[in-house]
Design a protein around this ligand. Structure first.
Ligand SMILES: Cc1cc2nc3c(=O)[nH]c(=O)nc-3n(C[C@H](O)[C@H](O)[C@H](O)COP(=O)(O)O)c2cc1C
Length: 158
């Protein structure tokens, strides 16, 4: 399968998980590309309104079968950079989608669940079919094991 991992990552956490996913999926014989979404200047750090962000890269995803979209939780919500990417992506019709977030707090109910709900809802509204989701709680014991488990379980839905 032709897969793209579209990722927003300011401090590298989500990018780290994206790289682990790429490794696993490539091992399983898939063609995998990672595309980073970035915003201009310092806006990325603090701006919560996606409409006020200017993206410096807008990955083109129309040629892929499956799109993994990942980003950090921001203020108990979807990353505004991910939201801006999705707002600028016309259609996800016919695409399989996996939504993934990393968050600092140790429990998904401290922002992760809500961010995933928001991502799923936007992707569905653009015609995407959600086939999997994942949350990595960065400030949690055995994080590395949990990342391995998540990557393993998501690789099975691909
Ligand atoms: C402005 C801002 C808001 C954040 N809000 C949350 C939050 O609501 N819940 C949470 O668990 N972590 C929150 N975080 C922490 C990030 O989600 C977490 O550190 C994430 O793993 C960073 O991913 P990255 O390194 O890929 O950017 C926030 C971070 C920033 C900078």
């Amino acid at each position: 399968m032709n897969i793209v991992i579209v990722v927003h990552s300011l401090t590298g956490n989500t990018y780290y998980v994206a790289r682990k996913m790429k490794e696993k999926l490539a091992e399983n014989g898939h063609s995998v590309t990672i595309e980073r979404i970035e915003a201009e200047g310092n806006a990325d750090k603090a701006e919560m309104n996606p409409n006020k962000l200017h993206l410096t890269s807008l990955p083109e995803v129309s040629s892929y079968d499956l799109i993994i979209i990942g980003g950090p939780v921001r203020g108990f919500s979807i990353s505004p950079v991910v939201a801006a990417f999705l707002a600028n992506t016309k259609s996800l019709q016919g695409k399989k989608i996996i939504c993934m977030v990393t968050q600092f707090f140790p429990f998904p109910w401290l922002g992760g669940n809500r961010a995933i709900r928001q991502m799923k809802s936007i992707c569905k509204s653009k015609g995407g079919a959600i086939v999997g989701t994942g949350i990595v709680n960065w400030n949690r014991s055995k994080r590395e094991n949990k990342i391995i488990e998540l990557v393993e379980s998501l690789s099975k839905v691909v």
